[in-house]
Design a protein around this ligand. Sequence first.
Ligand SMILES: Cc1ncc(COP(=O)(O)O)c(C=O)c1O
Length: 441
Amino acid sequence: MNPSDLSAYWLPFTSNRYFKRHPKMLASAKGAYYRTEDGRELFDCISGMWCCPIGHGHPKIAEAIRRQAETLDYSPAFQLGNAATFRLAERIAELAPAGLDRVFFGNSGSEAVDTALKIALAYHRVRGEAGRFRLIGRERAYHGVGFGGISVGGMAANRRAYAGAMLPGVDHLPHTWNPAQMAFSRGQPTWGAHLAEDLERLVALHDASTIAAVIVEPVQGSTGVLVPPLGYLERLREICTRHGILLIFDEVITGFGRLGASFGAQRLGVVPDLITFAKGVTNGTIPLGGVIVRGDIYEAFMSAEAPEYATELFHGYTYSGHPIAAAAGLAALDLYEQEGLFQRARELEPVLEAAVHELRGEPGVADVRNFGLTAGVDLEPFPGQPGLRAFRVFEHGFQNDQLFRVTGDTIAFGPPFISTAAELGRMAETLRAAIRAVRPD
Ligand SMILES: Cc1ncc(COP(=O)(O)O)c(C=O)c1O
């Protein structure tokens, strides 16, 4: 049933005026498909918003949520605990790289990022290095929409309106995408490891003793799937270690199997000091995010000069460690494991790669790239109308039973891990038809 009046709801990151003239309403979802109000099934090319890799409507997750809601629907987050949350922290720590074994919970990726940045600052202070206040992000990064996240983030449109209110002491590394060197790469580009050296420049400029942390997405997702050059993250790791700077991987998209391993850290063979996560942890069913922290970072807070009854970190949310979110998380982690879904993502990687690279040579296709179960297809913008080409591709896809995700003039793919090869083939062929069909004004 469509509501008669669409005026009350202000949609996020949406062209509201257009939407309210052309509403797209989803009614239900099952497996890899959404169903629209008018009964059409749309293949979910981006797992919701990168968050539903297991597919929609899984009865085991629904049952876990129902049971938890009936047993303990909410438990105060401060000074009290509940079993589901402790169990989930343990399970997440088991999946994380060795040494990262403490988990702090929030409710979203944005909160996870703000939490990680605050832990980094507070960690240095608790060790007597309060002068380390600078945070280094990267151009084109997406770290959510909190003031911390947009400050270290590098997507210009997300920052413009708030430019006067950014965190002080933030600097940015260059992004790693260079079409002349890496267009149409399959997997990690071979060019670009040297771009990590820019961190040495920032260290020389600001002095290492003022820098608390560097935050990067292992694969930059929301900006359109930018894959790290071979050797780049390794180099960042070395420079951070040498200068006592914490390295944070924002794995809100890349965590929980998207790159064919538990975390991007394992797939890419680089271990950060902190990992942020959200999205796939509950298969998108209940909002949940958090930070996985190296054990000795946690211990630095515990061994500070303070009595046992003192709070060690003045940070947390009403819904930190929410029991229903934890129950959903436990059910999702069971399914990932029981159904071998991280491995399944790895097996589908070459299938997705082959399907999207078939689009090379279509009119206006400027780049295609992929890694793990992610891919990005860049379109040349229509002259003077940035974003319109991909916007029309999205519309065309929607009318032809594919739910594409666009950012600027890029189409990003992150299909569910339960997808079949035939579905990925249809997805790419529908994109081909859309690219051929769309026109400027
Ligand atoms: C890497 C990364 N960090 C943070 C976020 C923000 O997550 P949320 O929208 O749950 O706040 C996102 C969302 O896409 C993301 O991709």
